[in-house]
Design a binder for this molecule. Structure first.
Ligand code: ZN
Length: 78
């Protein structure tokens, strides 16, 4: 059983899992599973679908991310 359709073009009005957030004046769409943020909804949903079906994110998708999730091993030290 597949809950996810390949087409993500029509998402308005449908149940959406991707979080929409505003960041630095632009909309960011976050994958709820891995936390990566994308500037376009299509990529964010692609990531979520991948995360759901594979149990982890895809480096091919996350490298398009505009924002990385806060990670414990984040090299940036305040
Ligand atoms: Zn993801």
């Amino acid at each position: 059983m597949c809950l996810f359709r390949p087409s993500t073009l029509q998402v308005e009005g449908e149940r959406r899992m991707v979080n929409e957030a505003s960041w630095k004046g632009q909309s960011i769409y976050e994958c709820e599973l891995c936390g990566y943020g994308y500037t376009d909804l299509e990529t964010a949903e692609e990531c979520e679908q991948y995360c759901y079906s594979h149990g982890s994110n895809s480096p091919k998708i996350t490298r398009k991310a505009a924002r990385k999730p806060p990670a414990p091993n984040d090299p940036i030290v305040a």
